[in-house]
Design a protein around this ligand. Structure first.
Ligand code: NAP
Length: 316
């Protein structure tokens, strides 16, 4: 299905994919799933839980799901699909907590931005008869918490599934149906490959943004107010990325250490080439490089993963 087709469909299903879905962790992703699953009729019943009682109270005020319960275990009992929407570093502990409550035939999933460490942390707690289908929706904003979610977050965005070898085909198909029902484009790959790809496309850019915004603030010659006052498009985009949730991103870097360090090494080498070109006035190298990267941007726009700048300006 092409991105354009997904955008024009966003269909509401006649029959839910799952009779009962549990969402554990009511942040940006958990609340967006609750909105989307209800809007597209993907679950007969949606139960949510979060460890923070204030978050649970707010989720009730917002009318998220059919009920909000106090513990992950309570939410997971009786659910056909349980989705862990907590930071990557918390997935193992939550899986351990709910393991005894999962019913045979249930599917356990997650939305973590790192996959290999989540698979390693969750799998030892998996009861027999429960399938594990890890997922990563490559969609997000810099906002967190139950108020941040919205139903169209996943529309026309990729969701990568990384089922361990031997996972029942029916469980993978149902999880795929659920994400496609929210408008996502689903791709399947190994957790290791996912972590390598995302280290380049997501984790490294976030690290660069965190670094450059920190550096700008530290520079004695440029006061913070000037940084804010004169922030041009490029820097403003970095500040948006660097405003992302600190807990989530701490966990991403701690849990995708190898791949990020490997990509950081490559990045430093390539940066040295550009540094050299600037130092020696090698305009040809700079121009060739910038021409190549411009083509990548146009490719992303052509795939429907980003709007052209002119259209963005009109919408913003
Ligand atoms: P979020 O808005 O910060 O929400 C996470 C929620 O989970 C918070 O309410 C948090 O409570 C709660 N939580 C933490 N530990 C818990 C536990 N042990 N039991 C129950 N609840 C717990 O985070 P998010 O952005 O939705 O991210 C959730 C997951 O989605 C992460 O694994 C992240 O890697 C992944 N993801 C995020 C994005 C994105 O752009 N944000 C995109 C794709 C995937 P406290 O506040 O008390 O810790």
């Amino acid at each position: 299905m092409s991105p354009a087709q997904v955008e024009s469909f966003a269909p509401r299903r006649e029959q839910p994919v799952f009779a009962s879905v549990a969402i554990i962790g009511i942040g940006l992703i958990g609340s967006s799933i609750a909105h989307a699953a209800r809007q597209m009729n993907l679950a007969g019943r949606i139960v949510l839980a979060d460890r923070d009682p204030d978050v649970c109270a707010r989720a009730r005020e917002l009318g998220l799901g059919d009920s909000v319960v106090a513990t992950a275990r309570e939410a997971a009992a009786d659910a056909d699909l349980v989705i862990l929407c907590v930071p990557v570093g918390a997935c193992g502990a939550v899986a351990e907590e709910i393991a005894g409550a999962l019913k045979p035939g249930a599917i356990l999933s997650d939305v973590g931005s790192v996959k290999n460490s989540v698979v390693e942390a969750v799998q030892p707690h998996l009861p027999s008869g429960v399938a594990f289908v890890p997922a990563h929706p490559v969609a997000g904003t810099e906002n967190s918490g139950p108020d941040a979610g919205f139903a169209s977050l996943f529309l026309n965005r990729w969701c990568i599934l990384t089922p361990p070898e031997g996972t029942a085909a029916a469980a993978i198909a149902a999880t795929r149906q659920f994400w496609e029902g929210m408008g996502a484009l689903v791709e399947i790959m190994t957790p290791q490959h996912h972590d390598l790809v995302l280290a380049v496309t997501s984790h490294l850019p976030h690290l660069i943004a965190y670094n450059i915004v920190g550096t700008a603030e530290d520079l004695a010659a440029v006061t913070q107010s000037e940084v804010i006052k004169f922030s041009a498009g490029g820097f403003r985009d970095f500040t948006r990325i660097a405003a992302s949730d600190p807990t989530m991103w701490r966990d991403v870097f701690l849990h995708n250490k190898e791949a990020v360090l490997e990509m950081l090494g490559r990045f430093s080498e390539d940066l040295s080439v550009l540094t050299r070109a600037i130092r020696f006035g090698d305009g040809e190298t700079l121009h060739r490089h910038f021409t190549r990267t411009r083509a990548i941007r146009r490719g992303i726009v052509a795939l429907g993963q980003e709007k052209p700048e002119t259209e963005k300006l009109r919408k913003d």
